[in-house]
Ligand binder design. Structure first.
Ligand SMILES: NC(=O)c1ccc[n+]([C@@H]2O[C@H](COP(=O)([O-])OP(=O)(O)OC[C@H]3O[C@@H](n4cnc5c(N)ncnc54)[C@H](OP(=O)(O)O)[C@@H]3O)[C@@H](O)[C@H]2O)c1
Length: 335
């Protein structure tokens, strides 16, 4: 089978197209023909040497993928040949609360990922994908969508009428906008691009802010909320944006700490103390969350937003496109 491998994490050029024998499923395992994968910022970071302590090289990159079960090993009971499935990001986190060390079973990180024609994983490590979704759509879900779901719905207990601040127009933020709208929340969305802000409005954002031309976007959020702030901040910038997110959050609200795109910064915790607000770390989510999210998306006919689908032979171009930041939503690779 064909696959991409990273043996030295020195950038996008490290992605090498190669071949290995097609694996066979052992007891409790299934063989899946991968039909589509999607990229996350993490995949880009890992091929550049990010999170190096957690990754064993050589490895097959990319956490997110969907396909068909083509063979089952002895004792498999949850899945059968022909099932359409997506792999779960953290193979060991099926349900319940997070646990120490769970990252070791993350696809395309602690263990081999999905950028291959075939994968063998434990049957427990998959969810069935909704009938109405294409393979590309389903391949966008395991990391970005489950993360936003965990933040807003599981930890955040979002309610109709809540206000949600989303940052930028990458995978996590667009799913957050879709889930917030699904729950009847009001969304304030930011982007560095006016053209993308227009699309955010079309998707139901009540207010939009250009965080480049308005670097005081936290003050704009306070103005838009009558000085109150928002119930939820979907924080994808990390230390570089956290002080402003802490300013923009409401008393008793939650900053969902998800990403690291904005680099370093100084954090003064006092504002949070006086607001009795909290910062909640989020690391994707469990299979149980993924399944609940799929049911909710199906009931509301929510389709993931895919910017572009690249052919398998152009995986490096897909990485470069993600790196450019030109995308809106998800970037996929058909397999
Ligand atoms: N904790 C977890 O479980 C988890 C899961 C998934 C992702 N993440 C992290 O979340 C972050 C986003 O991931 P992703 O896959 O959604 O990324 P992505 O699709 O590559 O999104 C990139 C977009 O983020 C926006 N952005 C960049 N810098 C920004 C800033 N300073 N302020 C506001 N927006 C900014 C830009 O949007 P515009 O072009 O509109 O400006 C950019 O296009 C990454 O740090 C990733 O590692 C964490």
């Amino acid at each position: 089978m064909k696959l991409y491998e990273i043996s030295e994490a020195k950038g996008i050029e490290s992605l090498q197209l190669t071949e290995r024998p097609t694996p066979r499923p052992g007891p409790g395992e299934v063989l899946v023909r991968v039909r589509a994968t999607s990229l996350n910022y993490r995949d880009l970071a890992l091929c550049k040497g990010g999170l190096a302590r957690m990754v064993k090289l050589p490895m097959i990159p990319v956490s997110d993928g969907a396909g068909d079960v083509v063979e089952t090993g002895p004792g498999v009971m949850r899945l059968k040949t022909g099932d359409r499935v997506a792999a779960i990001f953290t193979q060991g986190w099926l349900s319940g609360p997070p646990y120490q060390g769970m990252y070791q079973s993350s696809l395309g990180g602690g263990i081999d990922g999905m950028l291959a024609e075939y994968v063998v994983l434990r049957e427990d490590g998959f969810v069935k994908i909704p009938d109405y979704m294409t393979y590309e759509e389903a391949a966008t879900l395991p990391c970005a969508a489950v993360t936003s779901w965990n933040a807003l719905v599981v930890e955040g207990r979002i309610k109709p009428g809540d206000t949600v601040l989303t940052m930028g127009t990458g995978g996590v933020s667009i799913f957050a906008l879709q889930f917030a709208r699904m729950y009847g929340a009001r969304v304030i969305a930011t982007s560095s691009s006016d053209a993308k802000l227009k699309r955010l409005r079309e998707m139901g954002a009540a207010h939009v802010i250009n965080y480049k031309s308005k670097p005081d976007w936290d003050k704009a959020v306070l103005e838009l909320t009558g000085g109150q702030g928002v119930d939820h901040v979907v924080e994808i910038g990390g230390a570089g944006t956290l002080p402003k997110s802490m300013n923009a959050v409401k008393a008793g609200g939650i900053v969902h700490l998800i990403g690291i795109l904005a680099g370093a910064g100084q954090i003064d915790p006092m504002g949070l103390l006086f607001k009795q607000a909290r910062i909640q770390g989020i690391l994707v989510g469990s299979r149980e969350m993924f399944e609940a999210m799929n049911r909710a998306m199906a009931a509301n006919d929510v389709h993931p937003v895919i910017d572009r689908v690249f052919p398998f032979s152009e995986a490096r171009e897909a990485y470069r496109y993600l790196e450019s930041g030109a995308h809106f939503g998800k970037v996929c690779i058909a397999v």
